[in-house]
Design a protein around this ligand. Structure first.
Ligand code: ARG
Length: 255
């Protein structure tokens, strides 16, 4: 098919076809020996910068999984908002940045098997703000484009849901008292409270649960399969458990 016709066809069928046309399949990646993985880097302890180096549970896990796939990793760090879109543009092969598997996202990208299970939790300086019900009449900070935002919008009676491009800014807004609560991942909340013990962060209750997975371009089944196989190996051979225990003191895989 010539360029014009494939362009027209992609236009008619929507982004999906264009996506598959541009993403690299596993065979191509293997030939080069290197996979390009994008993450954010502002979401400790999953993906964050330590001495200017992308670090965290997801970064180490992806390195481990890639190694089992016979690949080295070239990392890219970008704003959370840009990550999934770049897959279908073929700008990177895989994204690992704590994305919850949602229906909406599943229409745009192909998720791998989940690498951990968690959920959104309420954090506040006010001990009376702990549950979803407590958020009624309150102003809540969340990261733009996150699943927390979507889930909060379903709760009745919220005064305001304010978005921040980075989750760390949502936390800062809550800590400064500008907003009543921050909703984030339960492990992110725990780590933040531990890192700033004097800040008075009260970690409340889970308001919903989610499965967290890496993603590849829509329809890039070969790459997803190869990743899933390697992830499964890490579950079976104890390497995942060791990593998880080092970060969280528990095994965070989905049960
Ligand atoms: N789990 C949430 C979601 O699916 C938040 C992910 C935020 N990740 C990040 N790297 N900031 O939207």
């Amino acid at each position: 098919m010539n360029k014009v016709w494939s362009g027209v066809l992609a236009g008619v069928l929507g982004l999906g076809l264009a996506a598959v046309a541009q993403a690299r399949g596993f065979e191509d990646i293997k030939k080069q020996g290197r996979i390009v993985i994008a993450s954010e880097g502002q979401y400790a302890p999953f993906n964050h910068f330590e001495n200017n180096k992308l670090s965290g549970f997801e970064i180490e896990l992806a390195e481990l999984v890639a190694k089992k796939m016979g690949l080295s990793v070239e990392w890219k760090a970008l704003g959370f908002d840009a990550l999934l879109a770049g897959l279908n543009q073929g700008r990177w092969d895989l994204v690992i940045a704590s994305h919850g598997v949602t229906e909406e996202r599943s229409r745009a990208v192909t998720f791998t098997e989940p690498h951990y299970c968690s959920g959104g939790i309420v954090v506040s300086k006010n001990p009376a703000v702990r549950t979803a019900q407590d958020l009624a009449g309150k102003a809540v900070a969340v990261q733009t484009g996150s699943s927390y935002m979507q889930n909060l919008l379903k709760l009745p009676g919220l005064k305001e849901v304010k978005n921040f491009p980075q989750d760390t800014d949502a936390r800062t807004a809550m800590l400064s008292g500008r907003l009543d609560a921050w909703v984030t991942d339960r492990f992110v909340a725990k780590a933040a409270a531990k890192a700033q013990p004097k800040a008075g962060m009260q970690v409340g209750e889970l308001i919903f649960v989610e499965r967290i997975a890496a993603a590849v371009a829509k329809g890039n089944a070969g790459l997803a399969e190869a990743y899933n196989k390697a992830l499964k190996e890490s579950f079976a051979d104890g390497s995942y458990a060791a990593l998880s225990n080092r970060y969280f003191g528990e095994d965070v895989r989905c049960k």
